[in-house]
Design a protein around this ligand. Structure first.
Ligand SMILES: [Cu+2]
Length: 157
């Protein structure tokens, strides 16, 4: 019989940013609702969080789709349409959600490798020169329907 192995808990201090560095902007909750047919674009959503300084998203790129655009759904004479947007302001300490029914990404030609692995990396080009890399979960249409069962979720994009 061996002596009980003494477990040494390495309790690393939590990296709470109490230091003097300014809080950075970041993006999370990224996901893509895969279009049910390959000819039409898929929609992407995320939440952008402003740090201590305001910043703009100037563009979104990915190696896993043919094209990505930022769009905004707008009501025009009672009809919901959408238009491309070039940049989005993320206020300091504020939050901007790309969500169903509002701002969204349109992604054309998402490649099969990304679909099979269930996620794709998006690169956000920020006005402060930073590039934020975020993994977006790819949800198949039926799974997206279930996942969109949250408050303020709408059909369509
Ligand atoms: Cu759109």
């Amino acid at each position: 019989m061996r002596a009980p192995f003494a477990l040494i808990a390495l309790v690393a201090p939590l990296a709470l940013s109490a230091c003097g560095d300014p809080a950075p902007s970041y993006i999370d909750q990224a996901w893509v609702r895969l279009s049910p047919n390959k000819e039409s674009p898929s929609a992407g959503y995320f939440v952008a969080h402003g740090g201590d300084a305001g910043v703009q998203i100037r563009g979104v790129m990915t190696a896993y789709a043919v094209r990505v655009e930022m769009h905004e759904s707008v009501m025009d004479k009672g009809v919901m349409t959408m238009k491309p947007i070039d940049s989005v302001d993320i206020p300091a300490k504020g939050e901007v959600a790309f969500a169903p029914g509002g701002k969204h990404l349109m992604l054309w030609g998402i490649n099969d490798a990304a679909i099979n692995q269930g996620k794709m990396e998006l690169t956000f080009l920020m006005s402060d020169g930073k590039r934020l890399l975020v993994d977006a979960v790819i949800r198949k249409p039926e799974a997206a329907g279930a996942a969109a069962n949250k408050p303020a979720a709408h059909e369509g994009h």
